[in-house]
Design a protein around this ligand. Structure first.
Ligand code: GLY
Ligand code: MN
Ligand code: MN
Length: 442
């Protein structure tokens, strides 16, 4: 998938990283290891997001190095040699020569030679940038390479004096998406919208949650996408379990279902939540609760723009939700007091959203100097207020065990926003018009 544009971009990212770390430093990033599932089987391979961002290379057992100012070239790739016997079983290995050329490396070496070569690249550099703490085994190997240099200090070898977390620099770069990344994110959003729409059309009382999940799986597979995270399909009270992933219960007539499901397209995520009545018609209480969450979702999106902060958006959502909870008599007291005492947290216990990109909960700081940072063009975030009503005796019966979340993906423009998930219906009227329209009623 590494087209010319992507190749140009990964090269520019490495160049930017080289400038940021400087010539007294080296950056070392490992590909994600293959993860065993059970027995002889592995999970489908997913590349490490940092490694992918800097190379576009999708094989395991690889390491990339940025060595600013190195005479023979700054970008070095270590990867697997071709191996016809292995390839008969596991598929094509690109091989050192082809992979090096494909990713635009200045030098490429067999991964089996890394112990002999990498210490020489590190030697003489003061700082080693890496993803400390991400991959214990790789951290240990890195220490091993540095120790080889330390063992030779008496003969003049210069070991590095500092290990630095690469994330500080690289994740700030990842926070601002390029035009090409945004194309991929739009595609990921389109597939998720299609999948969410299909589920709304297909749902009917008596279905199992996983059967609704089959409709999602169809759309993702059809578009060559993966689940960016394990999808949540929670009918009735299951919607109140924030990370419900069993998805194995019956969808009852009269309940709502909460579906938090996105699509990962070429490693970029979308992340949508919709909540709707399984039989296609909101009850009075469901509608009232839904309208409060929708108002919070819309108010927060309306207030999203460059220069705005997550903190202000969160405060706005909390205000709308708390006012709604008072109107619905789920909370009693003055709105300001209920916000001050955080009484709303009984029903709204998560934050408003997160960065979105190569990772669903994408990288990048939320605060700078202790303050919620200003949104800037190129950032992509989710807006996902929710209310989750427990079965307390003080809760009117029609609201008990009901959960609603409405989640959209927003790209910050210089002037205004782009809602990447705007085509996923969410008004009460639109939902009632679509839910169950294509249900196979037997
Ligand atoms: N699906 C994970 C989240 O909404 O944050
Ligand atoms: Mn979500
Ligand atoms: Mn989310």
């Amino acid at each position: 998938m590494l087209d010319a544009l992507h190749k140009h971009e990964t090269a520019a990212r490495r160049r930017q990283l080289a400038d940021l770390i400087g010539e007294d430093s080296i950056a070392i990033v490992a590909a994600a290891p293959q993860v065993k599932r059970n027995g002889d089987g592995h999970h489908r391979y997913r590349q490490n997001s940092d490694f992918f961002y800097l190379t576009g290379f999708n094989e395991h057992n690889a390491v990339m190095v940025v060595a600013p100012g190195r005479a023979a070239g700054e970008f070095i790739l270590f990867c697997r040699d071709r191996d016809p016997d292995r390839e008969r079983w596991d598929g094509v290995i690109m091989g050192v020569e082809r992979a090096g050329e494909w990713v635009g490396a200045d030098d490429a070496f067999p991964i089996d030679d890394i112990d002999d070569i990498l210490p020489g690249l590190i030697e003489g550099r003061d700082k080693v940038y890496s993803a400390l703490g991400d991959d214990f085994e790789f951290d240990q190997r890195l220490m091993g390479w540095v120790n080889r240099i330390r063992a030779r200090t008496r003969t003049g070898a210069l070991p590095p004096s500092e290990f630095v977390a690469l994330s500080t620099l690289l994740h700030e770069m990842r926070l601002l998406k390029s035009a090409h990344e945004l194309e991929l994110m739009r595609a990921a959003a389109r597939v998720a919208v299609r999948a969410q729409t299909r589920m709304m059309q297909k749902v009917r009382p008596g279905m199992m949650e996983y059967q609704l999940g089959a409709e999602l799986a169809y759309e993702l597979a059809y578009a060559n996408c993966e689940e960016p995270y394990t999808s949540i399909i929670g009918g009735g009270k299951n919607a109140c379990i924030l990370h419900y992933i069993e998805n194995n219960q019956l969808l009852h007539d009269g309940d709502m279902v909460l579906v938090d499901a996105g699509a990962e397209f070429q490693c970029y995520a979308s992340d949508i939540t919709r909540t709707y009545p399984i039989n296609g018609k909101f009850t009075g209480e469901q509608k009232a609760l839904y309208e409060v969450v929708l108002a919070a979702n819309e108010a927060a999106i309306e207030a999203t723009h460059a220069g705005q902060t997550f903190q202000v958006l969160n405060e706005l959502a909390v205000k709308v939700l708390t006012e709604g909870l008072v109107d619905l008599k789920l909370l009693k007291g003055k709105v300001d007091d209920l916000i001050e005492s955080q009484a709303y947290r009984r029903f709204y216990m998560h934050s408003l959203g997160h960065w979105l990109g190569l990772d669903t909960h994408d990288v990048g700081e939320y605060k700078l100097d202790g303050q919620s940072r200003a949104l800037a063009p190129g950032m992509v975030l989710t807006i996902e207020p929710g209310l989750y009503i427990d079965d307390g005796v003080d809760v009117p019966e029609g609201f008990r065990n009901t959960g609603v979340r409405i989640e959209d993906n927003i790209h910050i423009l210089p002037n205004g926003i782009e809602n990447l998930t705007a085509d996923c219906v969410k008004s009460v009227a639109d939902i009632e018009a679509i839910v169950g329209q294509d249900a196979d009623r037997k």
